[in-house]
Ligand binder design. Sequence first.
Ligand SMILES: [Zn+2]
Length: 187
Amino acid sequence: MKPLAISLAFLLLACSDQHPNQTKPPKALFDFSTPDNTIKSTWRVSTWKDTTQLDTSDFEFFTSSRLASERENKKQMMNTLRTKHPQNDNSITDVQIKSDSYAVVEAKEYFTIAQKDPSERRYILSKENGKWKIDDSQYKCFTCKGSGFEEDFDQKLSDIKQGLYRTEPKRKCTKCNQTGWVSLYKH
Ligand SMILES: [Zn+2]
């Protein structure tokens, strides 16, 4: 082999995204057959992408040496995620099929490995051409923690002015309109 061919072969080997002891996971596919299968498959597909897709096109603003080190960081992160991905601990906690074309799925989700308590999520799904698709994605309201009620500061102030000291006057949560959930899309 000529020196150029050898160095090219070495370069190709060095650029391989395969970890020597790990095979690339098979491509994950969406499954829209039931509302909970749709949600579970979104987790599988995003996990698959996180552990196989080395797309550094977002880093094109870096110099070539910085890009190389960022690529290496991402490769290491990918291998770490292959061993332990936070989404592996996600779970479906409730499925309510309200009609032939409307369902609500609740889930507990992890976004980082360090996250101790899962995030509570709720998905609204609609059936479109025989497939269950996500119409809305919601998180548990931070203001009222899902109770639908928040502390009524105006009432508290007015109470204090009148010399009343009621404990924690409440009012309907203004953030979630008392539903306990806030949409990621509608604000
Ligand atoms: Zn609320």
